[in-house]
Design a binder for this molecule. Sequence first.
Ligand code: IPE
Ligand code: IPE
Ligand code: MG
Length: 250
Amino acid sequence: MGIAMFFKSKKSELPDASQMPQIVADSGIQHIAFIMDGNGRWARERGLPREAGHGVGVKAFKKAVTLCRDWGIKTVTTYAFSTENWKRPPQEVKEIMRLLDVYIKEAEDDNDKNRIRYIFLGDKERLGEELRAKCLYLEDLTKDNTLILNIALNYGGRDELVRAVNSLIAEGKTEICEEDISSRLYTCESPDPDLIVRTGGEVRLSNFLLWQSQYSELYFTDCLWPDFDESELIASIVEFSKRKRRYGGV
Ligand code: IPE
Ligand code: IPE
Ligand code: MG
């Protein structure tokens, strides 16, 4: 158990899910982001191939998104695949892309009953023509929905910043301000994340939302992503609600 766990609420002390809409509203949280880590280890612990962990991870992800939406969080961002994850064995990459394909199809089918606007963060070129077209179609289909779900796919924070600066150069700008950069990022439709949750026990950002995380509250848990359930989500939001955000002030 990591030292961070020492400071966290015990499960029995956590509020009930029915209290969460009020806690969310009082905390002021508008945007929660997840670094969904630990799928591979979850599978290995069970003697399963790493890919099996990703499949269960998608289920945990869907549950977390539904709860965030039900509790009133307007923007959710999730790290599905980084620019560095191409280093993984081809069969694992292939399975992650297949799961995404299935997920996109289901999102299309559910568009009438959920009010989610899907935005993919990252360079879609490397995804291949078919998956790229599906991402673009889902973004267009859901563009009038108000609750944003950003899915970081082939996303890298440094790559995003370099692209933003290059697009400003291409426009002929010779001097730029912070707003110029923010407006060229993949996340330009979203406020900066209030809370970034990373599962899987690693305490790092792994190239996620480098610019946007300036004043995000960071929450790390040893829980492996496939085990991230309602009580884990409650624990992370409750911890956020206790943080004092000073933004450099007093
Ligand atoms: C995170 O889980 C999911 C992706 C990066 C796609 P991992 O696959 O990194 O799981 P661990 O960290 O190896 O356990
Ligand atoms: C971060 O997890 C990326 C995603 C969750 C998609 P990684 O497993 O790739 O991160 P590192 O390699 O441990 O930093
Ligand atoms: Mg990992």
